[in-house]
Design a binder for this molecule. Structure first.
Ligand SMILES: Cc1cc2nc3c(=O)[nH]c(=O)nc-3n(C[C@H](O)[C@H](O)[C@H](O)COP(=O)(O)OP(=O)(O)OC[C@H]3O[C@@H](n4cnc5c(N)ncnc54)[C@H](O)[C@@H]3O)c2cc1C
Length: 402
């Protein structure tokens, strides 16, 4: 049997996992000369439903068990594509380096059964996320167990704190402030933000979000910056200095802002000046056509959301399939028949504020509170996890996107 074409995917959450299903459904069955094998490298074998983190973080099993937002990836790969082996392999490991001259990824195993330290690739796909600039369980954070214990310990910390100060008025800050205050009406919850809350939405919708938070009892400080965070003299909690000159004591300080790409292990030549992977609109790297990237880790600014991942997968799968089927005799982007990615900045955001209310925007329309509750706030879309992890949204037919 001819040696396989090795497609190595780094990261296995929303982008990496969906991309795996796309390849196994649309590329693996189409190849005849050399089979395609997908190797997924990720420190976590569980898919992490970031969307529901603001509620799961409370660690209140009657609301949402933290365990419920982690779903096993391997089970769904086996169920949909057969046993691991010839077609796919999952290595529970960190990618620690990429050597383009030798076409290898160096890895550090998390699972002691993984003996490999070097993984050769014919095509490499980078889907390793961005994360908040602070160590927090908002995104997959290390191994499955580390992410889960991070969630639980933050929940415990919230439960034992009287005053919780959140910084950042984006959807994560607004949703988390709402969840905390709704669950713990007697705690003091302060949300500090340098501009307005939800500044990416229309001003009238930002105002609705702010009013909903204030109605719940959250102390919202707009147009305010945190200038320093000092340890409290008592040794318990912190003292947060605000640009207004005020110093606010807090038992728990939660920053929810800043995005940092998880790309330290990649050669600098792959990255833009902010550390995100710089791709062409065909989603490969200008200097290394067999290295591809998608999702939050790419250079595409704004609208980094789970809902934007599928269009990346469609373009990348189309182009990768063309290269593989034409046995590398084509140059990506030259001639006709290539898919081109266009990053949509169309707004689609649903922001629950506590368990019963919320606001949102779709394109230029405001979403009524009831619909935000119905579509997201009542269960944070947890019933959708299985659809997402199993790749059931992958279309039967692949289309060119030009
Ligand atoms: C709190 C919160 C709420 C959100 N809510 C919504 C929402 O309601 N709607 C919406 O559309 N979007 C939402 N998002 C955004 C959404 O979560 C992201 O757009 C999405 O997770 C991006 O997917 P990704 O696969 O690119 O990155 P991630 O989901 O972050 O996955 C990255 C993967 O890379 C792995 N990895 C990292 N480093 C390495 C390494 N060195 N080697 C190997 N693997 C590595 C990780 O373990 C993980 O598997 C939310 C985000 C947050 C933080």
């Amino acid at each position: 049997m001819a040696a396989p074409i090795n497609v190595v995917i780094l990261g296995s959450n929303i982008s990496g996992n969906l991309m795996t299903h796309y390849i196994l459904k649309h590329i693996t069955p189409a190849t005849t000369a050399r089979p395609v094998k997908v190797t997924i490298i990720s420190p976590s074998t569980k898919f992490y439903w970031t969307i529901a983190v603001p509620r799961a973080l409370l660690n209140k099993p009657n609301l949402l068990k933290p365990e419920a937002i982690q779903v096993d990836i391997i089970t769904h790969l086996v169920k949909n594509h057969g046993p691991r082996g010839d077609k796919w392999e999952f290595l529970e490991a960190w990618a620690r380096g990429v050597d383009v001259n030798r076409s290898i990824v160096t890895i550090e195993a998390v699972d002691h059964n993984v003996k490999e330290t070097i993984i050769p690739y014919d095509h490499l796909i980078i889907a390793t996320e961005d994360e908040l600039a602070v160590v927090a369980p908002f995104k997959p954070h290390g191994t499955t167990e580390e992410t889960l214990s991070g969630l639980k310990s933050w929940g415990d910390k919230i439960a034992e704190s009287n005053t919780i100060l959140l910084v950042g008025g984006g959807p994560t800050g607004v949703e988390l402030a709402g969840e905390v205050k709704d669950s713990y009406p007697n705690k003091k919850v302060i949300l500090v933000t340098s501009g307005n809350v939800l500044p990416m939405l229309q001003p009238r919708i930002s105002l609705i979000a702010r009013n909903l938070l204030e109605k719940l009892g959250v102390d919202v400080r707009i147009n305010t910056k945190v200038t320093a965070v000092n340890r409290a003299p008592s040794g318990q909690g912190v003292e947060v200095v605000l640009s207004s000159g005020e110093t606010v004591p807090a038992d728990f300080f939660i920053p929810t802002l800043g995005q940092k790409p998880n790309t330290e292990f990649l050669p600098k030549e792959f990255l833009n000046s902010h550390g995100f992977v710089q791709t062409t609109d065909y989603l490969n790297l200008p200097s290394h056509p067999n290295i591809w990237s998608l999702g939050d880790v790419t250079h595409y600014e704004g609208n980094r959301k789970a809902t934007t991942i599928d269009p990346y997968c469609q373009v990348l799968t189309w182009n990768l399939r063309k290269v593989i089927l034409e046995e590398g005799k084509v140059v990506v982007g030259e001639g006709a028949g290539w898919s081109k990615y266009k990053h949509s900045l169309d707004q689609m955001m649903f922001v629950p504020v506590g368990g019963k209310q919320g606001t949102g925007q779709v394109k230029t329309w405001r979403v009524w509170s009831f619909f935000v509750w119905l579509l997201k706030g009542r269960d944070y879309m947890v019933p959708w996890i299985v659809n997402s992890v199993s790749g059931s949204s992958v279309p039967k037919k692949l289309k060119i996107v030009a």
